[in-house]
Every structure is written in C-alpha cells, then in structure tokens.
Design a protein around this ligand. Sequence first.
Ligand SMILES: N[C@@H](CCC(=O)N[C@@H](CS)C(=O)NCC(=O)O)C(=O)O
Length: 300
Amino acid sequence: MSFKVNGEVGACGGKLLKLSHHSNVVNNSMDVNVYLPQQYYKNSNDKPIPVIYFLSGLTCSPQNASEKAFWQLQADKYGFAVVYPDTSPRGDHIPDDPEKYWDFGVGAGFYVNSTQEPWKKHYQMYDYVHRELPAQLNEYFNKSGNAKVDFLENVSITGHSMGGFGALSGYLQNYGSKKYKSCSAFAPIVNPSKVPWGEKGFGNYLGNDKSAWAQYDPCELVKKIPNRGADRILIHQGSNDGFYKVQLKPENLVEASKGTSWEGKIDVHIVDGFDHSYYFISTFVPEHAAFHAKYLGLAQ
Ligand SMILES: N[C@@H](CCC(=O)N[C@@H](CS)C(=O)NCC(=O)O)C(=O)O
C-alpha cells in the first residue's frame, strides 16, 4: 500500500504531510493529513511516537483541523503525531445527499459502515478509520521494520461534532480490545439515534432497524461496555453553540452513564460563551492534549 505525498508543510517544529491513498474498504481514493512532531525529525525518541486520531465534523476535509485546531504545538510539546482523516470519500461518482444539504453524504460519512443502497459501496468509514487507515499508515511509515511512529497500539482518539461521535463510538466499540488508550471529544453528537443529524445519517446509512443504530450510539454503548476501573472521558461543549441543545446534547451521555460503571467518569465541561467553531476547539486542545498525553505515557 502506498501513499501519495501531495504536500509537506513545515509547521512548528515538525511537518504536516498532506497525503492521499487508495482505500479498499471505501473503494476510493482518500485524503489524510499526518502531523509528525519535532521528536520524529530529531530522532530523539527511543520509543515509537504515539498517535492521536482527530475525527472532524460535518463538511470538513483533513485541512480544517490541520489549519485551525492548533494541535501541532501540543504534539511538539509532548511528542505525539496527529492523524486527520477525511469525513467521507469524495468524487462525482460518490452518492451524495438527495436533498443536497451538508449534513449527509459527502463530507458527512458519520464514521459508520453503511449497510444500505446506494451508500454501502463507499460509505464504510468505521472500518476505514479504525482498521484500514491505521494499518496502511503503519505499513507505509514503518517500512524498514524499525517503527518510529506507533499508529496501531499506543494511540488515542478525539474529534469534533460528528467526529466527536465517531471518536466516542469507536473508542467504546473497541474498548474490550484496548485499541485506544483514551478518548475525548469537542461538542460531540453523543446520542445520534435521538437527534435530527443522527436520524438522517443513520436512517440512510443503516436503514430503519434501530438495533443497527444502537451498536454505534455512545448512549447505548456506555450501558453495555464495562469501564475497566479508572478510565475517564473528557468532553467540552460551548454554551453558545447553536447545535448544543438540538443535535449534540452531551448531558444525554452523562444521564445514560448513571448506574453504569461509567458513572462519574465522563467529564462534560460546558464552557461559557464558546460556539461550535475552531475558536472553541483550539482553545481547549491544550487541555485535551494533556489529558491524552497521560494515557499515552508522555506525561505524569
Ligand atoms: N457552517 C457550516 C455548518 C457545519 C459546521 O458547522 N460544521 C462544523 C463541524 S459540525 C465545522 O467544523 N465546519 C468547518 C469549519 O468550521 O472549519 C456550513 O454551513 O457548511
């Protein structure tokens, strides 16, 4: 498997690589950005560099978060790489929202494996993000066999809005196999089965059978997957976010966790005056970086 390097941009002490590659699971070319921190180039690490996966929200390409979330300074501070996957396959042949709106279809893959026509041929974003992309990155970057970046094991996941949902859902679904060391989210859709964005996305990608929706819904997953003991989830939500009360509803996750082993371990911070934008995300990225750094063995 190979990646095409479309750009290599100096940023802070490291480099942002703008890549594309062929995905077998989504049957299409995919764009992905990877930030390699200063530690990668200084070769100062004896251990492979851990990775944080950042899943973006509706309408985003890998560029939005690369340009506006400011993970790079944090990556250099602690010594982790950041992977920014795309939010869906792209191209004229990729089926898009019949309503031509931005909340479904291209730019809105919802990180699920579609089971429905005409979506299922390309919209396999769950397998792409959690399986194929990490495996391909590992193969490409660690060709020599001497792994410098750990894309597979010492990894954490985070995301924004639809991507916050993707991070929570992927973390919990893979919790048993310890795939991700930690999970956080910025203004996530926590209860997609019960909000308009999720109802439209899941209805189309997964069909009308609500049990298929439940396997992805974080509010259902916390009830089924036992916390191992000390793991916490970190969430920030802006109080002035226009999507907060209708689409995101982070309180639903806290409510769903009550009486489960996750009770008291999901920290939702409602932050006054912040909206849904990257001004909000970039403000709290340092806190999320510090949170993940501990789980990745990069800080006390
Ligand atoms: N303003 C967007 C609404 C969708 C939106 O706010 N998307 C969020 C994620 S749910 C985002 O990150 N947009 C891109 C950006 O702010 O750079 C539009 O109308 O296209």
